[in-house]
Design a protein around this ligand. Sequence first.
Ligand SMILES: Cc1cc2nc3c(=O)[nH]c(=O)nc-3n(C[C@H](O)[C@H](O)[C@H](O)COP(=O)(O)OP(=O)(O)OC[C@H]3O[C@@H](n4cnc5c(N)ncnc54)[C@H](O)[C@@H]3O)c2cc1C
Ligand code: SF4
Ligand code: SF4
Length: 422
Amino acid sequence: MKRYTLREKMNGIPEPPGKVWFWELEAAVIEAERCVECGTCVAVCPSNSIGVDPDTNLPELVKMCTGCSLCWDFCPRGGLRYEALWPPSTPTVTEDRISAMTTRVDSADPYWKITGGPPGDGLGAVLERFAVRSSKRTEGVQDGGAVTAILSGLLAAGEIDGALVSKPSSDPNQPWRGVPTIATTPSELAAAAGSFYNQTMALAEMDLSSYDLPPSPRIAVVGTPCEIQGIRAMQSRRWSTGNHRIDAVVLTIALLCTKSFDYEALMLRELVDRRGVDLDRVSKVDVTRGRMIVEYRDGEIAVDEPVKAFHGAALKGCDECADFLGRSADLSVGSVGSAEGWTTVLVRSERGRLAFQQARAQLDVRDLDDPDALIRLDGLDKRIAERSLQRKLDPDLPLFIDYEEHVRAYEGTDRRPAVTSR
Ligand SMILES: Cc1cc2nc3c(=O)[nH]c(=O)nc-3n(C[C@H](O)[C@H](O)[C@H](O)COP(=O)(O)OP(=O)(O)OC[C@H]3O[C@@H](n4cnc5c(N)ncnc54)[C@H](O)[C@@H]3O)c2cc1C
Ligand code: SF4
Ligand code: SF4
């Protein structure tokens, strides 16, 4: 553990009961290599005492910790019981435009809980589900470009003032590293299209003071499910969150996610050093159908290997995550379940439905090809999470129960070209 001199000076002084300090989060999550770099602890700290270490991309204490406990309480690898944030399956219609969210907890929901309870089947709360692609082709999108098109539509309609997305780092030594940004124009959104397979400490970027935004901004957030859990938790249990404008979030879009990676370990060590990949030539990195595929701009496939071969570069905390489907978001999006060139979109809330309708003119929409593929992969994700917890008691247990099962989870999602359109 880092040395905290204040902490040492306090030795012997009785502390008030019930406090949890940053260094306890640091010991239990960050130094235990369980941090998933979501930035929730940075955003929730009311005294702005937590920053991002530029060398490690991990949270660090930058000012005095008051022991308010919030960083622990809201951390998806700490005290946050994220399953309690999944929205009820029967949401009500109350809004005619998207607005700041509140979450109702429905204790009767049968969703699977990582901390107990029987596994439930299904996709969580889903009002509508579609395969979607942008009606206008945009360079660099990952699948159907649905996310970029929806956000562009909302921006054009004045429904949002900006969106928290990830853009390529401007550091020439860090090609293909995603960094968080608030995009406020269609060209900024387009420049941020595509997937970066690293976590960005995204919610730390919700200190909006460096952006030119109206006094009461309306921001959409695109993030991995753990980041959406952090947003949802902070919005459903209102606290002063220091400089971070969680109150500005009017829409959440979760990227379906089984794991994310450490940038240096994946991009520099595995791809550049071990496989000789020239990152300056890369047009797309994709984790799909259980494989890691890296493609060059001239169409050459630089890497096509089982994603299991890259497990050492994945964030260890992702093994514990059972929220592949981004159940607490307004919209969940991914490639699984749709043919190549289309994005799977699960509309989970009335706010999500409204946003989807407002952007509808920019989208081609049709039925999902294989919704069961989502359920199969979700089941596998949950089993890995469960096994990850069992391994804390018995470290000799293998994490992957059966790799063939991973491959089978994708069967049926052969990404054949789509032929029909709605
Ligand atoms: C780490 C990671 C793991 C994923 N795993 C899966 C999976 O297992 N199965 C699956 O079906 N789909 C997965 N996805 C989602 C998939 O890659 C696409 O993002 C999704 O299908 C949307 O495609 P699109 O063409 O509509 O998005 P686009 O129009 O290309 O827009 C993508 C948006 O996501 C933002 N973004 C990119 N990287 C990040 C990031 N690291 N953090 C936050 N925002 C980001 C971009 O800035 C952009 O706004 C994953 C994405 C990521 C980033
Ligand atoms: S997982 Fe998120 S909230 Fe927890 S320590 Fe890491 S960045 Fe902070
Ligand atoms: S697997 Fe879970 S914890 Fe890891 S980045 Fe994805 S949503 Fe976050």
